[in-house]
Design a binder for this molecule. Structure first.
Ligand code: SF4
Ligand code: SF4
Length: 597
């Protein structure tokens, strides 16, 4: 059967075909489609299993590890920064190993396009001493997913598949095998030396891990070569695909040979050394950090000597410019990088977050420190209501840190942290406990849109359903906040400016007089969810009264809805994007924005 699949869908198919029956993870671009694709395939081919998002990556990794110890073939899915969150169980699982097989699917974001770092997860494989396979096409992603599970089962070791944005999101016709159901049989062979190991046994587990890695290094994955030039390029992943195309298109086949590495760690450097001895020059081109280069340990050109840029995505144009610098291919005018004009990302027209940020700014102006978090609401930056964005949950811990720092200096500085519902569940609860326990007065605004909007509207623990459509028990944020011991809690609809303004003023007063955090929940479903589409109050028409509009652009600057456009003299509403939510009405000091009821 032939299917047209993206790299992420191909991984899902390969995992299910190889026998994986338990997948957990946390959504994050560019990895988010793997788990939903598995859910879809499981439904289509009537495959039993558990395929759902966890509250965060650490939890997901622990859940999958346990299921793998219970002899179920499993997979964990995350983006590169998600693996950071799972590092604690991940490092230990490398030592303990897996019985049913454990595939660690990590998608990296070189560029980066939608991440706070552009780290290379292959180093995480090196660090934990687990093999990593790196596909260069969606077809290889499918094949390597199957190979990864088999390798994991054979050596009882987690195996990573590392993709990058371009492999995850490109599509290809792939000849796939059959998906069929089987009866899942869990078993647990008690062995405290392994599963509850004391330090002495940890040392032995480490020894076993080193032995496994040595065997895998010497027995798995040949190094394939292509073309017959005198210079050798060692490469892997998407860089191989780009190089292959460039060499073929520019007829460089008698100048260059490519050695393709499918398993960047553990690298069989002895075989590679024997191969490279025949060439007059060796260049290593790999997407990310110098993982192959550092293991190669012989003279070569690459990232370390500056031949390959040390940061940014290795696009086809960047690789061409490397070859031009090395005089392997001639300069060409058309190879100059053409950058499209920069367009600032902004919250969607009608997004409830915008009104919430607007209310925050109206109350605190430039007097507060605004700690933000990861999600759509990072775009509160545009409304000048976000000063810091660090990592998942850091809005609350940064809020705590800033409040204590200014408190120590006897300076009264209001701090307002903004965090989404999913991020609150992921990593916001623990710092809020710290804030209550350590008497830290600052404001935490939970922007609850009841979905993980930025990565494609995955469900959160507030929903009554799971990714696979099964019924889930909703966990209410207000119950958690109250259980933590927060005394000041107010809830408003994020479309209700007056309610939010009043709550913010009361919270401001509270943190000035009490030594405890104030929590506000501003709730409105993302307009891209069924709930959002159903519940959004719409007016017949929102329009600008030209007689009243002074062309001051205050609404554009302070409210920043993409549908508000300045035509040179007055503001107009772009009716092709405006959803007639009427939220912008509050932003005009001259009452020029009107709604038709
Ligand atoms: S996707 Fe939803 S939450 Fe994100 S900016 Fe758009 S409306 Fe707001
Ligand atoms: S009504 Fe106003 S805020 Fe809502 S989408 Fe239209 S211009 Fe934007």
């Amino acid at each position: 059967m032939k299917l047209f699949l993206s790299g992420n869908e191909a991984i899902a198919f390969g995992l299910l075909e190889a026998g994986v029956r338990f997948i957990s993870g946390y959504p994050g671009t560019p990895s988010s489609e793997v788990l939903p694709a598995a859910v879809k395939l499981a439904k289509q081919f009537k495959i039993d299993g558990y395929f759902n998002w966890a509250v965060n990556e650490k939890v997901a990794f622990e859940e999958t590890t346990a299921a793998s110890i219970a002899n179920i073939p499993v997979a964990f899915v995350a983006k590169q920064v998600g693996l950071n969150v799972a590092m604690d169980p991940y490092m230990n699982t490398a030592l303990v190993g897996s019985d049913g097989g454990l595939v660690v699917v990590v998608a990296d974001d070189p560029g980066p396009h939608s991440s706070q770092t552009e780290q290379d997860s292959r180093f995480m494989a090196y660090f934990a001493k687990i093999p990593v396979l790196e596909p260069s096409t969606p077809k290889e992603a499918y094949l390597f997913a199957k190979k990864a599970l088999n390798l994991s089962r054979q050596y009882k070791i987690p195996v990573m598949i590392r993709t990058t944005t371009r492999v995850s999101h490109s599509k290809e016709d792939i000849e796939v095998g059959r998906l069929s159901n089987y009866t899942i049989k869990a078993q647990f062979n008690k062995n405290t030396d392994r599963y509850a190991a004391t330090p002495h046994f940890r040392y032995l587990l480490h020894k076993q891990l080193n032995e496994k890695i040595e065997k895998i290094k010497n027995n798995e994955f040949e190094i394939k070569t292509y073309f017959s030039g005198k210079k050798l390029i060692i490469t892997s992943g998407i860089s191989f695909a780009y190089l292959y195309d460039i060499i073929t298109e520019y007829k460089l086949t008698d100048k260059l040979t490519i050695a393709k590495i499918d398993m960047p760690y553990p690298l069989n450097e002895e075989t590679l050394h024997r191969l490279t001895d025949k060439f007059e020059e060796v260049i290593i081109i790999e997407e990310g950090y110098p993982v192959i280069e550092l293991q190669f340990r012989k003279e070569c050109k690459g990232r370390e000597d500056g031949t390959v840029p040390k940061e940014g995505e290795l696009t086809i144009d960047v690789i061409k410019s490397i070859l031009q610098k090395l005089s392997i291919m001639p300069e060409e005018k058309s190879s100059k990088l053409i950058k499209p004009p920069f367009k600032r990302p902004s919250l969607c027209p009608g997004c409830g977050h915008r009104t919430a940020f607007y209310a925050i700014k109206q109350v605190f102006k430039d007097d507060a420190i605004y700690t933000g978090d990861i999600g759509c609401y990072t775009l509160g930056l545009n409304l000048k209501a976000v000063d810091t964005v660090h990592c998942m949950g850091a809005s609350v811990s940064f809020g705590f840190g800033f409040q204590k720092a200014f408190g120590l200096s006897n300076i009264k500085k209001p701090v307002v942290a903004t965090i989404g519902d999913s991020t609150f569940f992921h990593s916001g609860i623990t710092p809020l406990i710290d804030a209550v326990h350590n008497n830290s007065p600052f404001i935490v605004v939970i922007l609850d849109n009841s979905t993980v909007a930025m990565t494609g509207n995955q469900p959160t623990p507030t929903n009554t359903y799971n990714e696979d459509g099964s019924k889930a028990t909703p966990v209410l944020i207000e119950n958690i906040v109250k259980a933590i011991g927060v005394d000041f809690l107010k809830i408003c609809d994020a479309y209700d400016f007056d309610c939010m303004e009043k709550a913010l003023l009361e919270a401001k007063d509270y943190i000035e007089n009490y030594s405890s955090p104030a929590v506000l929940i501003f709730r409105h479903p993302c307009i891209y969810t069924t709930e959002g589409l159903k519940n959004n109050p719409r007016f017949k028409r929102v329009f600008v009264d030209e007689q009243l509009c002074k062309g001051c652009k205050i609404c554009i600057e302070n409210f920043e809805c993409p549908s508000l456009i300045f035509n040179g003299s007055v503001v107009e509403i772009d009716t092709t994007t405006c959803i007639n939510c009427g939220q912008c009405v509050v932003s005009c000091p001259f009452d020029a924005i009107k709604v038709e009821k």
